[in-house]
Design a protein around this ligand. Structure first.
Ligand SMILES: Cc1cc2nc3c(=O)[nH]c(=O)nc-3n(C[C@H](O)[C@H](O)[C@H](O)COP(=O)(O)O)c2cc1C
Length: 97
C-alpha cells in the first residue's frame, strides 16, 4: 500500500538556491502596506493592473490548490452593483479622494 502524502513526507531531490533578496526593502513593504479605501480619479494603467494580478497568482495557498478567481470590474454601474453584493459595506463603495 502506498503511503499517504498526509502521513509521510515525500522524498524530494529537487534543490534550488533562494533568490537574492533585499530584506530591508521587503521589511519596508510589509510594514508600510495598508488597506486602501480611497482612490484618486486617475486611472491605473492596464499594464500595472495586469502585473499586480500576475503577482497575486504567486500568493501561497492551502495545498497549492489556487482556489481564487480574480474579477477586474470596470465601470461605475458594475462597481455599484458589486458593492451591493458586498452587503453594501462602505469599504466596497466607490470613494474618490
Ligand atoms: C481575505 C481578506 C478579506 C477582507 N475582507 C474585507 C471586507 O469584506 N471588508 C473590509 O472592510 N475589509 C476587508 N479586508 C481588509 C481587512 O479588514 C484589513 O486588511 C485589516 O483591517 C487590516 O488593515 P490593513 O490591511 O490596513 O493592515 C479583508 C482582508 C483580507 C485579507
Amino acid at each position: 500500500m502506498s503511503k499517504s502524502i498526509l502521513s509521510s513526507t515525500p522524498e524530494v531531490k529537487y534543490h534550488e538556491e533562494a533568490a537574492p533578496t533585499d530584506f530591508a526593502a521587503f521589511k519596508t513593504i510589509v510594514q508600510s502596506r495598508r488597506t486602501v479605501r480611497g482612490f484618486e480619479a486617475e486611472a491605473i494603467p492596464d499594464s500595472v493592473v495586469e502585473e499586480i494580478l500576475d503577482l497575486g497568482l504567486l500568493a501561497p495557498n492551502s495545498s497549492n490548490l489556487q482556489p481564487w478567481e480574480f474579477y477586474w470590474v470596470k465601470g461605475a454601474d458594475k462597481k455599484r452593483l458589486l458593492a451591493d453584493y458586498c452587503m453594501g459595506q462602505n469599504a466596497a463603495n466607490l470613494q474618490r479622494l
